[in-house]
Write a protein that binds this ligand. Structure first.
Ligand code: ATP
Length: 344
């Protein structure tokens, strides 16, 4: 265009001003057409996302309220697995015969307020055990019960209200810090939120945020560090005050300092609460009253962390003496598994 314009100016067919005006107008014409192309690209992305959301909404949950299910009363948290076997079922019916049993006849009991650590190699079935408690899946055979009642007899909503979960990756939502702590609670008051944050060692850093508890968190809490996100999750568990607590690798991926702060907060949280801990963190495992070692979906060793640390077996090979002689735990009652002796 410019070449042609210069040639025309040279020949005297148009003036230099006309050429400049022409170039400017051409640019103006291209701007909206470029915008149309980029908007069209966005429409394409939107259509693809809508399809995926539709697919998700159309999925039927595998676990639903059983006929005759009733709301759970306030539970004390006596958790028992009796002869539980389970295998993940492929989504397509054609693959039904390919169900691989992941848990084999698991039986154990956690007394109210007791802290039990599930440890074992990757793929042993630790997370699967934990997922059966709030009924993310139902066992193929055997019974998971809380306070002596099969969890299938409770409505899902009332059961899940009484089981708090702290995972490796905490799901924070776009909203304020206070809203994220009080997530799932009806009519939370700010005093309760601040108290929970204090117990979770989160109050200090929250107060230092630009708007304190009213600070907006980005999607997935991207503006916070891993350790801070975990402490928000712990505060969330404090607010819920559920009688059963599940901690699935809550310190994995954190640097030692953040992990230390998270473990300190968890020590307070698990005190007096029926807790299942899944962790490779020796400090956290040392907080347990009892350890169950899982291998290929079977319980292969059981005992207090201190005793197991001194006994040849899978626990000692996983943790060595790291657990023996650590800090004393705060679990309700019972002999302290790590406070005395150790090391020798
Ligand atoms: P890790 O320490 O790596 O988290 P884990 O002991 O918690 O391991 P699980 O996550 O319970 O083990 O997995 C037990 C077995 O079940 C593994 O073989 C795993 O591949 C399989 N598994 C886990 N989740 C699913 C799933 N959603 N669908 C199918 N198989 C699964």
């Amino acid at each position: 265009m410019v070449w042609l314009g210069v040639w025309l100016v040279d020949r005297g067919s148009i003036s230099a001003g006309t050429l400049v005006l022409f170039v400017l107008l051409i640019q103006n014409m291209f701007k909206p057409s470029r915008k149309i192309v980029s908007e069209w690209y966005k429409v394409g992305k939107l259509l693809a996302s809508t399809e995926r959301i539709e697919e998700l909404l159309a999925r039927q949950p595998a676990v639903t309220d059983s006929p005759g299910a009733r709301p759970a009363p306030r539970l004390t948290g006596r958790l028992s697995f009796t002869n539980v076997s389970f295998g993940y079922r492929p989504e397509t019916a054609a693959d039904d015969d390919r169900v691989r049993t992941v848990l084999h006849h698991i039986t154990f009991t956690v007394e109210p307020g007791e802290v039990v650590a599930l440890i074992g190699p990757s793929g042993a079935g630790k997370s699967t055990v934990a997922q059966l408690v709030p009924r993310l899946y139902d066992p193929d055979s055997g019974t998971v019960a809380i306070d002596g009642t099969d969890v299938r007899q409770f409505t899902l909503e009332s059961l899940r209200r009484q089981v708090s979960v702290v995972l490796q990756e905490t799901l924070l939502l776009t909203g304020t810090v206070a809203e994220n702590i009080a997530y799932g609670i009806d009519a939370p008051d700010s005093e309760r939120i601040v108290r929970a944050a204090r117990l979770a060692n989160a109050d200090q850093f929250v107060k230092e945020l630009p708007d304190g508890y009213a600070t907006m968190l980005g999607e997935r809490g991207a503006t916070l560090s891993g350790g801070q996100r975990q402490r928000i999750a712990i505060a969330r568990a404090f607010v819920r005050d559920a009688p059963v607590l599940i901690l699935d690798e809550p310190t994995t991926g954190l640097d030692p300092e953040s992990a230390g702060q998270v473990v300190a907060a968890l020590r307070t949280l698990i005190s007096g609460t029926t807790t299942l801990i899944i962790s490779h963190d020796a400090d956290l495992v040392a907080c347990a009253d009892r350890v169950l070692v899982l291998e290929e979906g079977r319980i292969v060793q059981e005992g207090s962390p201190r005793t197991l640390a001194r006994t040849d077996g899978p626990f000692a090979s996983l943790f060595g003496r790291a657990v023996d002689g650590g800090e004393s735990p705060v679990s309700a009652g019972g002999e302290s598994p790590v406070s005395a002796g150790g090391g020798s």
